[in-house]
Each structure stands twice: as C-alpha cells, then as structure tokens.
Design a binder for this molecule. Structure first.
Ligand code: NAD
Ligand code: UGA
Length: 464
C-alpha cells in the first residue's frame, strides 16, 4: 500500500489529502501538523476550516485510510511520498520584509524530512513557493545522514476556498513539475485515480513553481482591472456590471473573475504577487516588478475608496454612528478572514470613530477582534491605547444580520454570503435610522428594489 504523509493540516493540506484518501482507498494518507489544537479539530466533528462538502469527505475516509496527528517524524518515516503543505507567508522582518516569502517553515520541513527519512522518498512541494525553491530543498535533503535519497517534485495547488471540494474533484488541471520521470509518473498515478489524464500537466520544476505565482497574479490582475474600471464607471455613470458582461462575452477575455468588489482578499493573492515582485527585483527586472505591484496598489486603493465613499455619503462623518457590517470573511463559504477587505474597511471606519455591529455567519467574535488588533498594531506589533479602546468599545460582534442592522445608520455588505440576498429588507429598513444607507461592496443585492423600499443605495461602479 502506498503511504502518503502531508506536513501541514491547513486550508490546503486538509482538503487535498481528504480528497486523495477519498478517491484512492489503496493509499494510506497521514496528515501531520505541529499545531495540536488544529489536529484535535481535524479529529473532531467541528473541523478547523469551513468548506462546503468537506465534512462528508473527511467523515468517509477518517479512521480508514485518512489520519491526522502531530507525529511528524513518524509520518515522514513511514511515507513513500511526502507533501509539504505548510504556510509561506510574506516575510515581516529582515531582507525582503513585506515582499519576499518567509521560507522558514519550508526549510524546517526539509530538514526534518532529511533527519527522519530512510530509503527513497518523493518530496512534493504543495505550498506556493518562489521559483527555484526546489533547488534549496534538494540541497538540504542531500545532507541527510541516514543515506536516504530523494526526488523533489513541484505540485502547486489551485483550489479556491469556498469551492475547494469541487475544485479538487474536477480540477481544471493538475500541475506536476520535476526531473525524474519515474517520480513524476508515481504522482501522476495518484491523481489519475480520479482526474482525466489529459488534465494532468507535467513540466520542468521551475515552470511548475512559476506557473502557480503567475496564475494568482493573472487572477488578481483581473479583479484589480475591473475594480479600476469601476471607479471610472462611478465618474461617468457607466455601469460596471454591464461593462463586465459586455467584455466577458469576448471569448478571448471570458466572463469569470470580472466581478467588481470592495477589493480582493485571501491569504494568497497579495502574498504571491509581492513574492513575484520581489523575485523580479532580485533578477534586476524593475519594470516588471513595478507592473505587478500596481495590482496590489489598485486593490489597496479600492478598499480605501470604499470607506471614503461611505464617510462622504453619510454627510462626511460617521463618528458615533452605528454601522452594520455584513460579512467579514474574504469571500463567501469560508471562515477564512486572512487579508479580507472587511478588516481594512472596519479599521478605517473605527478610526473615524464609528460604532460597528459586525455579523458573519462563520467567523467568530475572537477572530474578528484578533484581525482588527493586528491591523491596527504598529510594525512592532503594539496597539496604542486609542485603537485598543476603539476595538473594545466600538466593535459589537452580533449573531444575526437583523441584529447588526437594528438601529444602524447604514449597512455595508462586505462578503457576498447568499443569506444577505435573501433578507427581509422591509423589516430591516424599519429597524434602521433614517436615511437608511446601504453600501453594497459586492454588487449582489437587488439595488432597484432596495431603492424602492426607501434605502439610499450605493454600489460599486454604478449609480443607483
Ligand atoms: P495554513 O496556514 O492554513 O496551514 C499551514 C499549516 O502548516 C498550519 O496548520 C501550520 O501549523 C503547519 N505548519 C507550519 N510549519 C510546520 C512544520 N514545520 N511542521 C508541521 N506543520 C507545520 O496554510 P494554507 O492556507 O493551507 O496554505 C499552505 C500553502 O498552500 C501556502 O503556501 C499557500 O500559499 C498555498 N495555497 C493556499 C491556498 C488556499 O486556498 N489557502 C490555495 C492554494 C495554495
Ligand atoms: C485564489 C485562486 O482563485 C486559487 O486558484 C488559488 O489556488 C488560491 O487563490 C491560492 O493560491 O490561495 P481564493 O483566494 O481562495 O483562491 O479565492 P478567489 O475565489 O480567487 O477569491 C479571491 C478574492 O478575490 C476574494 O476576496 C474574492 O471575493 C475576490 N474576487 C474574486 C473579486 O473581488 N472579484 C472576482 O471576480 C473574483
């Protein structure tokens, strides 16, 4: 029986390995992590991440050929194939701070694999990494004192949160980069258990590593491009949703990823583009670095523009005004808040002295306060007393959208949760201060119907 070990039980390691175990009953899958509470959650009925369809797949495989534990060395020792799926955040210190990827966790994994391995192993980079990281991984593995030998493959993950299970079941492609044809074939055979062989692409190591950063950069660029046009729409009374629909019918452009919004979030777009920018600078390609950095600048501008529009619309002051924040996750159907636009909108509104009633169906009070504390801290991680008081006194995390809106001057929709579209807006309108403002940061509500009810509606890139 083939044995797989995956180091890192996060948003990628957990769902990806659950899918492999589900689709390959003849493969034994062991997911290991140094975070005991995360592993405990994977072994419980309340998984550490919310992802539609995940619980069912985990329930079906766990206890059979899927296991979660903190036994990292044992997992490595037993496995034929080892996936590295640990986090690769942006560096916050030293050379490349704010841009380069922090590869500390990858290096620690490589060293641990070198120490705990015997015989031959295939090591798979599943984390998103700067191009040529495999070179460093190979060098560290080559220092193994146990006589172990290794092949290193790159197999980046393209799943999106909220649709991870669908994406894993029917991926547009699986990408495998490597040098050894035998090692590549071993991994191809794993995926071929359920993925059409034509969708399994094989490349050299460096193309695979770079394709992942490039895919995220292109996707984020589309969002920043349509968001840039949304500002021009607001100035000219064009409607950004109509423009997106019109350009999306061009088969060369395509209709996806053209939804104007309050700004993209998530753990990867910003980090991966910054990483790309850093790499370009490292190779002396300053113009290319500047080109991609603009995607991030545009996104920051969009988030700030949204908050400024709210303040300006509400008579240039939101001080002491109660505002309902609908949604805190970076997109619907996930409990992930990393880099969510909501964090920055809330931070800026708090600094205008607003009182926030925040509601998200999947994000906890603790997580929201943690994110705001982090966003309001200085570079040394310190929170000044004014910001601390704002978070303690002006943030109310509530358990329903109605409770958030009750008595509020405005609703700001920051995540496109389906339940927001299905609201009893007539009752909500009655419970609010007047004029009742509604800022749709996702363009998901029926704006004309809301206007007819009495709301003053503001959307992205269109006049209501
Ligand atoms: P995550 O933070 O959710 O999970 C990473 C896990 O690795 C954590 O639980 C952490 O405790 C564990 N870990 C760190 N160092 C470890 C070590 N030395 N030994 C054992 N465990 C260790 O991260 P994620 O969102 O799953 O992302 C993982 C990688 O996948 C990143 O490189 C990311 O860019 C990439 N990626 C993420 C997504 C996504 O949707 N989140 C999609 C595609 C690719
Ligand atoms: C993204 C990519 O889509 C995945 O292919 C990739 O694997 C992943 O990053 C990663 O490397 O982590 P994810 O961030 O989970 O996935 O979610 P997306 O659906 O890409 O959305 C990212 C952000 O862009 C969200 O805040 C979303 O609301 C926003 N977005 C997306 C828009 O504002 N408009 C759009 O048209 C599309």
């Amino acid at each position: 029986m083939t044995k797989i070990c995956c180091i890192g039980a996060g948003y990628v390691g957990g769902p990806t390995m659950a899918m492999i175990a589900h689709k390959c009953p003849n493969i034994d899958v062991h997911v290991v992590d140094i975070n005991q509470s995360r592993i405990d959650a994977w072994n419980s009925d309340v998984l550490p991440i919310y992802e539609p369809g995940l619980q069912e797949i985990v329930n079906a495989a766990r206890g059979h050929n899927l296991r979660f534990s903190t036994q990292v060395d044992q997992g490595i020792h037993d496995a034929d194939i080892i996936f590295i799926s640990v986090n690769t955040p942006t560096k916050t210190f030293g050379v490349g701070a704010g841009r380069a990827a922090n590869l500390e966790f990858i290096e620690k994994c490589a060293r641990r694999i070198a120490e705990s391995s015997k015989g031959h192993k295939i090591v798979v980079e599943k984390s998103t990494l700067p191009v040529r990281t495999a070179e460093a991984v190979k060098r560290i593995l080559a220092e193994s004192t146990n006589g172990a030998t290794f092949d290193v493959l790159s197999n980046p993950e393209f799943l999106a949160e909220g649709t991870a299970i669908e994406d894993l079941l029917e991926p547009d492609r699986v990408l495998i980069g490597g040098e050894s044809p035998a090692a590549i074939q071993t991994l191809v055979d794993v995926y071929a258990n359920w993925v059409d062989r034509k969708r399994i692409l094989t490349t050299n190591l460096w193309s695979s590593e770079l394709s992942k950063l490039t895919a995220n950069a292109f996707l984020a660029q589309r969002v920043s491009s349509i968001n840039a046009i949304s500002a021009l729409c607001e100035a000219t009374e064009a409607n950004v949703d109509e423009v997106a629909a019109a350009i999306g019918t061009d088969s060369r452009i395509g209709p996806k990823f053209l939804k104007a919004s309050v700004g993209f979030g998530g753990s990867c777009f910003q980090k991966d583009i910054l990483n790309l920018v850093y790499l370009c600078e490292h190779f002396g390609l300053q113009e290319i670095a500047d080109y991609w950095e603009q995607v991030i600048k545009m996104n920051d501008h969009q988030k700030a523009r949204f908050t400024r529009n709210m303040v300006k619309t509400m008579f240039n002051t939101v001080s002491s005004k109660r505002l309902a924040i609908w949604g805190f996750a970076f997109k619907k159907d996930t409990n992930d808040t990393r880099e969510s636009a909501a964090i920055y909108v809330c931070r800026d509104l708090l600094r205008e002295n607003a009182v926030l009633n925040i509601y998200d169906p999947k994000v906890s009070d603790e997580q929201i306060r943690h994110d705001l504390r982090e966003a309001m801290s200085n570079d040394s991680g310190e929170l000044n007393s004014v910001d601390r008081r704002l978070i303690e006194e002006n943030v109310h995390v509530v358990s329903s959208k109605q409770a958030a809106a009750s008595g509020a001057h405005a609703i700001a929709v920051l995540t496109e949760w389906d339940e927001f579209r299905e609201s009893d807006f007539a009752t909500i309108y009655k419970s609010m201060q007047k004029p009742a403002f509604l800022f749709d940061g996702r363009n998901v509500l029926d704006h004309q119907a809301l206007k007819a009810m009495g709301f003053e509606v503001h959307a992205i890139g269109k006049k209501i």
